[in-house]
Design a protein around this ligand. Structure first.
Ligand SMILES: NC(=O)c1ccc[n+]([C@@H]2O[C@H](COP(=O)([O-])OP(=O)(O)OC[C@H]3O[C@@H](n4cnc5c(N)ncnc54)[C@H](OP(=O)(O)O)[C@@H]3O)[C@@H](O)[C@H]2O)c1
Length: 339
């Protein structure tokens, strides 16, 4: 079978628009335990950009194909493949697979079949952000219905996943976002996803949202911004509350307020999905997580983050827009290779 793939490759670190090149390469037929996948869609995440820039802890071997997530269709399998079949949709179980390409050969155990009833955008973005939200809600504090979580960057893809899981599990989700001209539309959109309330960074400083007693103080906080935003969010934690830092979009360090640290005994933790996935590659917890997320997606209770599908040859504009230093990008870009 002679297939020529178009792939976004790079041979040195730098800005994506400078170092990525769209190249053609012949793809060999899959061997014993390999699968040949036609990639249908692959998102551009901040970590993908940071990896290309050389600012991420994962360093690829050059020449490298960019990208980590995808949904694809299996078009051919090796003789010994048992867990996936031709025609099925698959998503990655491993990281660093180089997914910004029209076709790729992967090992059978690097991919997992998902139902075709899960939408393309949902499947293409399932393994990073929804899983991060799921693990952070499950693994740090035992939450029960009626409890509250608070997060900054509440409009990020992870933030949108947190709101939707909180709605599904009966947890109050308070989101903090940066102010902007379209703030009312943004608040409405996030509340439609399941946020209990969305406040700007200025509003949360003077808000009495947890003082009236209607909402329990949060036992759990998520931080993907750092700097003053993180400090402010941590001030609202309940006694023995935990703040989990999973991103640093402002590029400012996390500063801890002394009072809440001492008098409320709050704790600060970090989370990295890549580490968790490697440590739990084949565990029942990981299978259960994917089942829960796929079920919610199939039921229409969990949708992909706000996004724009972009043809592969428009990757330069999309990659540059995906991680501007100022932020306010407003949507996730997903490379569309389905046609
Ligand atoms: N640790 C992990 O395992 C893990 C997993 C997934 C994601 N992440 C990290 O989580 C973060 C969000 O990822 P994502 O895919 O959800 O991103 P995304 O959808 O692109 O959203 C980016 C978020 O960052 C905010 N932001 C951007 N620049 C900012 C700045 N200069 N100051 C303050 N806020 C800024 C944006 O808010 P505005 O609209 O206000 O710009 C938005 O809320 C990234 O740092 C990513 O690497 C980590």
């Amino acid at each position: 079978m002679a297939i020529v793939a178009k792939s976004l490759k790079y041979t040195k670190h730098g800005e994506p628009q400078d170092v990525l090149e769209l190249v053609e390469q012949k793809i060999e037929s899959p061997q014993a335990k390999q699968v040949l996948v036609k990639i249908l869609a692959a998102p551009i995440n901040p970590a993908d950009i940071n990896t290309i820039q050389g600012k991420y802890p994962v360093k690829p071997k050059f020449p490298a194909v960019a990208g980590n997530e995808f949904v694809g269709e299996v078009i051919c399998v090796g003789d010994e493949v048992k867990s996936v079949e031709t025609g099925q949709h698959v998503v990655p179980l491993a990281t660093g697979l180089g997914t910004w390409t029209t076709h790729a050969v992967y090992q059978e155990d690097q991919v997992m079949a998902v139902s075709k009833n899960v939408g393309l955008a949902e499947a293409a973005t399932i393994t990073v952000n929804p899983c991060t939200a799921y693990r952070m809600l499950k693994d740090f504090v035992q939450l029960k219905p009626g409890d509250t979580v608070i997060q900054n960057g509440a409009n990020s893809a992870v933030g949108q996943a947190v709101h939707q899981l909180c709605r599904a599990w009966g947890i109050n989700s308070i989101g903090i976002v940066r102010n902007r001209p379209e703030i009312e539309e943004l608040k409405q959109m996030l509340q439609c996803l399941g946020a209990t309330a969305i406040l700007t960074e200025e509003e949360i400083r003077t808000s009495d949202i947890f003082k009236t007693g209607k909402l329990k103080r949060p036992k759990l906080a998520f931080n993907c911004v750092g700097g003053k935003s993180a400090t402010e969010v941590s001030r609202h934690l309940d006694n023995s509350g935990v703040m989990v830092t999973y991103g640093g979009m402002s590029r400012e360090p996390v500063t801890v307020a002394t009072g809440p640290l001492i008098f409320k005994d709050i704790a600060f933790r970090g989370f990295w999905m890549t580490r968790w996935s490697k440590e739990n590659y084949d565990t029942p917890e990981r299978k259960q997580m994917f089942k829960d997320l796929c079920d919610l997606m199939e039921q229409g209770k969990f949708v992909a983050p706000v996004h724009e599908m972009v043809p592969l040859d428009k990757f330069k504009d999309a990659a540059a827009a995906a991680l501007s230093f100022k932020g306010f990008t407003g949507k996730k870009f997903i490379l569309d290779m389905s046609k």
